[in-house]
Design a protein around this ligand. Structure first.
Ligand SMILES: C[S@@+](CC[C@H](N)C(=O)[O-])C[C@H]1O[C@@H](n2cnc3c(N)ncnc32)[C@H](O)[C@@H]1O
Length: 275
């Protein structure tokens, strides 16, 4: 990774570490302009980010610190249609809000993993999961560009406003494609740009750590997921977060492997007739 990419990732880590510590103390770490994804919600203005995107039934199930640390731009658990017994992975799990909700949905026979690179977020998420009384939530430290799980080990990948923060988005999508089993699915909330917007246009509309400048466009998301082995790809805008940029739900299914049915054997002229 280049120095610039390293520095950018470190800036992201530092900002979200601050947000985790602030949430632990009962406050909001995103008060500075463009400080982090969810800045608007912290300022108490019209909420395009954070806990306002969850319904009352869901927020009632969650500890206060998990809600305070909610920095997403959607509600992936509402679209992923989780079923009992499934294995779910939340990439960039933050304070654990979507992992806790997923753990409750998949029940004791299922597992919900959260993956995050920021120690302070992992500590907060573990505490929140304990407080919420879920025993089937597990938090892993690592990068979403190198997911520390085996290939085809997960039924569903969810994520909430994280992929835009990655400095290597093709690697993230490839890793998601690697860990999801054939026929498995993704339900991702993210900031997504309209196709006409250049990377400069996106950078003019907001900061990188604020989840705007690094957003993929619809076409980039679709192409990246197709390259990662997904089909039935849809990117649906849900709410505007900046001019030409939206909170969106990204859904797709991992292509099933060929059934293994034997193809009719075609013999080359050289071998035909030979025993
Ligand atoms: C905007 S917050 C969203 C957190 C959570 N999904 C939510 O909805 O509240 C982004 C989170 O992603 C994590 N993150 C960002 N880039 C990452 C990367 N490359 N690898 C692992 N975690 C990352 C940050 O540490 C932070 O906890």
């Amino acid at each position: 990774m280049s120095t610039t990419a390293n520095e950018l990732r470190e800036e992201v880590r530092r900002r979200y570490a601050e947000a985790a510590v602030a949430a632990e103390l009962g406050g909001c770490g995103c008060t500075e302009e463009g400080g982090c994804c969810g800045n608007v919600a912290c300022d108490g203005e019209a909420a395009s980010f954070g806990e306002a995107l969850y319904d009352a039934e869901q927020t009632g199930e969650l500890p206060e610190a998990a809600l305070l640390a909610s920095l997403g731009c959607g509600n992936p658990t509402a679209v992923a249609e989780l079923r009992e017994g499934e294995i779910v992975l939340d990439v960039g799990s933050g304070g654990g809000i979507d992992v806790i909700l997923s753990a409750k949905r998949v029940g004791p026979t299922g597992v919900a993993y959260g993956l995050d690179m920021t120690d302070e977020m992992l500590t907060l998420a573990q505490r929140n999961a304990r407080e919420a009384g879920v025993a089937n939530a597990h938090f892993l430290k690592g990068y979403i560009e190198q997911i520390p799980l085996a290939a085809e080990s997960v039924d569903v990948v969810i994520s909430n406003c994280v992929i835009n923060l990655s400095v290597d988005k093709p690697a993230v999508l490839a890793e998601i494609g690697r860990v999801v089993r054939p026929g498995g699915r993704i339900g991702i909330s993210d900031v997504v740009a309209e196709n006409g917007l250049t990377t400069d246009d996106r950078a003019q509309r907001g900061s990188y750590v604020g989840c705007i400048a690094g957003a993929l466009s619809v076409g980039e998301y679709e192409a990246g997921l197709e390259a990662a082995g997904f089909e039935n790809i849809s990117v649906e805008f849900t709410h505007k977060v900046a001019d030409g940029m939206h909170g969106a739900i990204v859904k797709a299914t991992k292509i099933r492997k060929p059934t293994g049915k034997a193809l009719p054997l075609v013999q080359s002229p050289a071998t035909a007739g030979c025993c």
